[in-house]
Write a protein that binds this ligand. Structure first.
Ligand code: FE2
Length: 290
């Protein structure tokens, strides 16, 4: 398998969720890596959280663990939170993740945290702002990070470029990687009426280190990135086309609501692995194979 020139290739993984801790420890499933939500583990250094960290220590002996954040608020006009970053760095020192990721978004204003991943205006001024902040984060952490495209339900009349042009410029100017959420591309494409392949094919391939796959909720006139359903066929088709275009990219599935038993998610991960392998072989596949 080929590797990204910037990040290692990990294979196929899942987002680790609390309801699956016991199953994973007992069965040690045949997958390549896990992604954890950084904030869930950043304040557990002592007291009642210590057993959870020791659980991860043991898991880390068998699987690489990638850190995925949801609170960095990289695009905000608020100051960067260096207390948060110090905690993130401590977590990274403990688990030696192949990479750390967060989102190309804003989540706070005037110190008020909005608990959402909100889209940015795609302007030259915001581009410069985001690049400077990613550079400061990378300098502090001593490593490149990945930034992820968010799903969106609104856009700004004064945007000066497409989202994919914006992300491409950010990645190249900040010298960071990209986490491509294929479902987010699909959700935003439906909501904003653009062609999802224009988005994916417009990104710099060598910067893409990871893919997120997930399910969404279909409200008929718009989609919501809810992570509470199985992945739908049009998103599998986009994934298939993406892997054919990019080659092997570390891929995982996010599920945050309506979480099924672990074997159900594992089967979805196995399907993703099969689709990727057959896409690379060039053979036609059906995502109804399992
Ligand atoms: Fe995602």
């Amino acid at each position: 398998m080929a590797e990204s020139p910037l990040f290692p290739y990990l294979g196929f993984g899942l987002g680790l969720r609390q309801s699956h801790y016991a199953y994973v420890a007992e069965h040690q499933p045949d997958l390549d890596w896990f992604e954890i939500i950084s904030e869930n583990f950043m304040e557990l250094e002592s007291g009642h959280g210590a057993p959870v960290l020791r659980y991860l220590d043991t898991l880390r002996e068998k699987y690489p663990i990638v850190l995925h954040g949801v609170s960095l608020s990289l695009g905000s006009s608020d100051p960067l939170d260096f207390v948060y970053l110090q905690r993130l760095k401590q977590l990274a020192d403990r688990f030696d993740p192949p990479w750390i990721s967060d989102h190309a978004c804003w989540s706070s204003v005037d110190g008020i945290f909005l608990h959402d991943l909100l889209p940015l205006p795609y302007t030259q001024a915001v581009l410069k702002h985001l690049v400077e902040r990613i550079e400061r984060v990378q300098d502090f952490l001593g490593r490149r990070i990945l930034i992820e495209n968010v799903s969106s339900y609104m856009s700004y009349a004064h945007s000066e470029m497409s989202e994919w042009e914006f992300l491409s410029q950010v990645a190249q100017q900040a010298d960071c990687g990209l986490l491509l959420d294929v479902n987010n591309v699909y959700v935003s494409a439906i909501n904003h009426d653009f062609e999802p392949w224009d988005f994916i094919s417009g990104l710099p391939a060598r910067r893409i280190a990871q893919i997120h796959m997930a399910g969404h909720t279909d409200f008929k006139t718009w989609l919501v990135d809810s992570h509470d359903h199985a992945i739908v066929e049009p998103v599998w088709e986009l994934y298939r086309k993406t892997i054919r275009h990019l080659g092997p990219i570390s891929s995982m599935i996010e599920r945050d609501e309506n979480i099924p038993e672990f074997p159900v998610l594992f089967a979805e991960m196995a399907l993703m692995r099969q689709i990727a392998r057959e896409a690379l072989d060039g053979t036609p596949v059906s995502s109804c194979a399992t």
